[in-house]
Design a binder for this molecule. Structure first.
Ligand code: NCC
Length: 276
């Protein structure tokens, strides 16, 4: 289906910033009740070997992609927020290993985070940006959306769940790297769940196939594959620096033109230590 270069031809552009999971030992979590809710198990520790990962963007151009089977062949499949699988299997696959969810989805009643089956029996990585240069103490007091209440409820109800909180400071380090890459100033808003998810997943996978992030010829103006809303800002960005994210990701892509723009699949390899 696709040709890939071994990475040697790809520009020496690597994702240096790592998005990290908050641990109980991170001050002030070590002294707070919240820290007690963090799973002891590290992210993806239940996997003995991870050979491949796929990230499924929620873009409208996933529609009619017929990439479901291809997506399901990966060991780990990442999805976002409340993007559904049911009814869209042929295009988006059936497997879900992890969902990256923003703090609106965790906190707002309409998403029913604590009870909805869509968030159960998978790994969850929840994030909220707070402000640039935020300390963890400030963030705990002034998160953009209070995700802590429902996170605690979720962990209480499903104590064996692998539901994590992302360190907001690592999100802003990722933003710093993005601004360093982009010559024009980008707005001081956090990267999208898509870019955060890529930075979180890449250290765990030899390669990541990111589907319909860099838009393909299926581009249709739809915001999501699961809604009829027409809004190109969902693809190119209005609040999140999506265009900059996508340009940087395209720089790291090792898939050929056909795979990228006809199939809608880019491939990012995990950087070798000291590769650049
Ligand atoms: O739309 P959203 O994103 O849930 O999409 C998940 C990720 O898919 C990629 N995407 C999506 C649509 C599109 N046309 N092109 C894309 O490349 C992006 O990488 C995106 O991150 C988010 O990032 O968390 C976001 O969440 C929504 C919203 O909160 C949730 O969908 C829940 O309804 C935000 N929309 C609003 O707040 C109105 C969106 O800005 C970012």
């Amino acid at each position: 289906m696709m040709d890939y270069d071994d990475g040697s031809m790809a520009t020496c552009m690597v994702m240096k910033a790592k998005v990290r999971i908050l641990r109980k030992r991170d001050p002030p979590m070590n002294k707070l009740p919240l820290g007690k809710f963090f799973p002891k198990r590290k992210l993806f520790k239940m996997f003995q070997e991870i050979r491949s990962c796929a990230i499924v963007s929620s873009a409208g151009s996933m529609r009619n992609s017929r990439l479901g089977h291809f997506i399901d062949l990966h060991d780990i499949v990442m999805r976002f927020n409340n993007a559904p699988v049911e009814g869209f299997e042929e295009d988006v696959g059936t497997k879900t290993t992890i969902r990256v969810v923003n703090s609106q989805v965790v906190s707002k009643a309409e998403f029913n985070f604590v009870n909805s089956p869509i968030f159960q029996n998978i790994t969850i990585a929840a994030w909220d940006p707070g402000k640039y240069n935020v300390t963890l103490k400030d963030w705990l007091e002034n998160a953009d959306f209070n995700l802590f209440v429902n996170y605690e409820k979720f962990r209480k109800r499903y104590p064996k769940s692998n539901a994590y909180l992302i360190d907001p400071q690592s999100i802003w380090k990722l933003w710093d790297q993005l601004q360093g890459f982009t010559r024009t100033p980008i707005r001081c808003n956090p990267p999208s769940s898509g870019f955060i998810g890529l930075a979180l997943l890449l250290p765990h996978c030899p390669y990541v196939d990111f589907i319909e992030y860099v838009p393909s010829t299926r581009l249709n103006g739809r915001c999501h594959y699961y809604s009829d809303e027409i809004n190109s800002a969902c693809t190119f960005g209005a609040w999140h620096p999506l265009a900059a994210e996508k340009l940087m990701t395209l720089k790291m892509n090792v898939a050929d033109d056909y795979a990228t723009f006809q199939n809608g699949i880019i491939r990012i390899r995990r950087p070798e230590p000291k590769s650049c």
